[in-house]
Design a protein around this ligand. Structure first.
Ligand SMILES: Nc1ncnc2c1ncn2[C@@H]1O[C@H](COP(=O)(O)OP(=O)(O)O)[C@@H](O)[C@H]1O
Ligand SMILES: O=c1ccn([C@@H]2O[C@H](COP(=O)(O)OP(=O)(O)O)[C@@H](O)[C@H]2O)c(=O)[nH]1
Ligand SMILES: [Mg+2]
Length: 203
């Protein structure tokens, strides 16, 4: 059972810096970055995808795609990476699980096939996150949800907190939650992230 793929969940509000920090982790620690949102955006844009329209609706509204779709995209991606290179056995799963349906689906389908290391959470104020997402849109992200209308829906902080709360509680009880203050410069945030990952590698 020691050869199961290792998984780290990376969570935080949209704009809290998950993608930015994951890139830095990849550079320094060689993990594989899998953004659930990015996998959904790719699936949505595949010609003939039976899920394309459904995914786009959820992304625009800031609601959450049913777990079966997201989980299978994550599983396929992990398989593909490991088939190509066996050494690629540590995955940063960015932006998932986002609600209880996601977590329950993962527990049922994937928890026994993977080895969860910890859950990394970026804490950042709602105001700063909204500003960052708007700048991301202005800088040409091309995302259909980096605008104020979608952000207002996505950012409903109470919704986000209430949907991620059970997840954080569940993993906190297992001692797996690692929180980092994301309201600083990317390099300052990464200094704290690095300490957490160095610990992981020493295990
Ligand atoms: N620590 C930071 N300080 C300022 N801007 C940041 C920081 N981290 C990320 N950003 C910028 O904010 C936007 C959102 O970051 P991103 O990594 O995409 O967040 P997430 O994946 O959590 O939505 C991007 O345009 C990114 O360049
Ligand atoms: O597990 C997931 C991850 C993302 N999404 C959808 O994809 C959007 C964008 O997610 P992403 O993680 O890319 O956003 P970010 O937090 O990086 O801004 C979300 O608002 C959801 O609609 C989803 O349904 N399930
Ligand atoms: Mg992201």
């Amino acid at each position: 059972m020691t050869n199961l793929p290792k998984v780290i969940f990376v969570l935080g509000l949209p704009g809290s810096g998950k993608g930015t920090q994951c890139q830095k982790i990849v550079q320094e620690f060689g993990c594989v970055h899998l953004s659930a949102g990015e996998l959904l955006r790719i699936e949505r844009s595949k010609p003939g995808s039976q899920f394309g329209e459904m995914i786009e609706k959820h992304i625009k509204e800031g609601t959450i795609v049913p777990v079966e779709v997201t989980c299978s995209l994550l599983e396929q991606s992990m398989k593909k990476e490991m088939e190509a290179d066996k050494a690629k056995d540590t995955f940063l799963i960015d932006g998932f699980p986002r609600n209880k349906n996601n977590m329950d689906g993962w527990q049922k389908e994937m928890s026994h096939k993977t080895d969860l290391q910890f859950v990394l959470i970026f804490e950042c104020t709602e105001k700063e996150c909204v500003e960052r997402c708007l700048s991301r849109g202005e800088a040409g992200s091309g995302r259909t949800d980096d605008n104020i209308e979608s952000l207002q829906k996505r950012q409903l902080i109470r919704t986000h907190i209430s949907s991620t709360e059970p997840i954080i509680e569940f993993y906190e009880a297992k001692g797996l939650v690692r929180k980092v203050n994301g309201s600083r410069s990317p390099d300052e945030v990464f200094e704290d992230v690095r300490k957490i990952f160095v610990g992981l590698k020493k295990k």
